[in-house]
Design a protein around this ligand. Structure first.
Ligand code: GLN
Length: 480
């Protein structure tokens, strides 16, 4: 097997620095990998031609010409932008997202656009208008979602990194399903400028990588204040790899979220792997205690309401006037209606309907306003809990990667995929998903560390020490 296939960013940086390989060779290698394997996965919607990819890549730069892909909800100047939807047919981005331009500044070649659930709404990448993405560990299964194309491409060794986006778990959950590392940064740490809005008050771009250090490299390139995003935090860019020394912070206190560990319906293999990971953290010197976090219990309900309400408002702009598809009709009213009817898939339509319902007069108090109040309560509980603990720990998902079509007749059950993840989005706090085991069927399992605002360095340091002490990041799917 070619050693480049599953090489991590840190290994590739060394190879580039030692002049063992050039960025053109890396880009060509990755393009060949997509050519050979993408038809089995449908991970990318488009791989650009090599010369146009390399046009922006200069010598030097923190990412040294190491290629990746961007979830197709992130603008790339002059490239198509679909959000996994037919409604944007024919649209090309007219500018770079801030994350995109910062990656280019860091000399990262961007190979293409990764498949995703339509407008990032989903947990399986089955709702893309361009067909589902498949999990490289077992192609009869989903890679998770909504950043499934990004996760599958990294896990299958087609690129060493990808950007995804999170609203309720869409980086961490596919990372767990695909056996890689996924980070959801603190709300406002990474600019949302040029990220197509789903739930503006939850959305964050996050890196998907094979290793924790790789993740820190990508975060270092994209994080930091951006005047183009009014919700961007006043944080200067920094080197998130600096703390990664293989040991954890002395006296680190980790709270294990008991209501998650004991929740109904969690696969016993997930619990067993999570418990093993806790022992490993203890060996590394962490002080482990149990904690109840009732706020997590309200997450799915609050998420259901707020995410749909904001999605309904954000997606109102796709009406045939400014972007993409325009239905040919006799009247303006028909044009709006038919563009939206033809352009949006059923999942997105259902969310828009529910979102407008919870915002409508007579119901907004009961649903939207109440959900906002519970959100504040959850935030307070998180802040209070982080006075006692440095980090919290629980599973990422209740089950490993499920079969394609498994939830076709039970969409509500699919929503429970976010049960352990969406509280971090609601409270704006960061969390990371790291591989922690394999099921008896050979499917990856992830463990989640949750931290207080702007604790990315601590999360990465802790995750790195864990990763270095365990074998999971060295395992890769066969046949790729
Ligand atoms: N699975 C969640 C949803 O369907 C989360 C999506 C996301 O994080 N973008 O909304």
């Amino acid at each position: 097997m070619n050693k480049l296939n599953f090489a991590s960013i840190e290994v590739l940086i060394e190879k580039i620095q030692n002049k063992e390989i050039s960025s053109r060779e890396l880009v060509e290698h990755s393009a060949k990998r997509f050519q050979a394997h993408n038809s089995k996965l449908n991970a990318s919607l488009e791989i650009f031609d090599t010369d146009s990819i390399l046009k922006n890549v200069k010598d030097g730069g923190a990412l040294h010409g190491i290629p990746g892909v961007l979830k197709d909800v992130i603008c790339q100047n002059g490239r198509k932008l679909t959000c996994g939807s037919k409604v944007l047919e024919g649209l090309h981005s007219t500018y770079d997202a801030t994350a995109t331009s910062r990656l280019k500044l860091a000399s990262a070649p961007i190979m293409g656009r990764a498949n995703c659930d339509e407008f990032a709404m989903g947990s399986s990448t089955e709702t893309s208008a361009f067909g589902p993405t498949f999990n490289p560990w077992d192609t009869s299964r989903v890679p998770g979602g909504s950043s499934g194309g990004s996760a599958a491409a990294v896990a299958a060794g087609l690129v060493p990194w990808a950007l995804g986006s999170e609203t309720g778990g869409s980086v961490r959950q596919p990372a767990a399903f695909c056996g890689i590392v996924g980070l959801k940064p603190t709300y406002g740490l990474v600019s949302r400028y040029g990220l197509v809005a789903f739930t503006s008050s939850f959305d964050q771009i996050g890196p998907l990588t094979r290793t924790v250090k790789g993740n820190a490299h990508i975060l270092s390139a994209i994080a930091g204040n951006d005047p183009n995003d009014s919700t961007s935090l006043n944080v200067e860019p920094k080197d998130y790899t600096a703390q990664l020394n293989g040991s954890i912070k002395p006296g680190l206190r980790i709270g294990v979220i008991q209501n998650a560990m004991q929740a109904d319906g969690v696969d016993p293999e997930i619990i067993a792997a999570t418990e093993e990971s806790i022992k490993q953290f203890e060996k590394l010197g962490a002080k482990i205690e149990n904690v109840q976090l009732p706020a997590m219990e309200y997450g799915a309900a609050v998420y259901f309401i707020l995410a749909r309400a904001q999605a309904a408002s954000n997606l109102a702009r796709f009406d045939g006037v400014r972007y993409g598809l325009r239905a040919q009709t006799d009247t303006l009213q028909q044009m709006y209606e038919q563009t939206r009817d033809q352009g949006f898939g059923s999942n997105v339509k259902a969310r828009i309907l529910t979102g407008n319902y919870v915002l409508s007069s007579g119901f907004a108090d009961k649903y939207y306003d109440n959900a906002r109040r519970v959100r504040q309560m959850m935030r307070q509980e998180f802040v209070d809990t982080f006075k006692q603990f440095d980090l919290l720990l629980c599973p990422v998902t209740p089950e490993p990667a499920f079969k394609v079509g498994a939830y076709d007749n039970n969409k509500l059950a699919m929503d429970l995929q976010d049960y352990f993840t969406c509280a971090s989005n609601i409270t704006g706090t960061p969390a990371i998903s790291v591989p922690c085991g394999m099921t008896s069927q050979g499917l990856p399992i992830g463990v989640q560390l949750l931290g207080p605002d702007l604790s990315e360095e601590l999360l990465l340091q802790t995750a790195y020490a864990y990763e270095q002490a365990t074998p999971w990041h060295t395992m890769h799917p066969k046949n790729f």
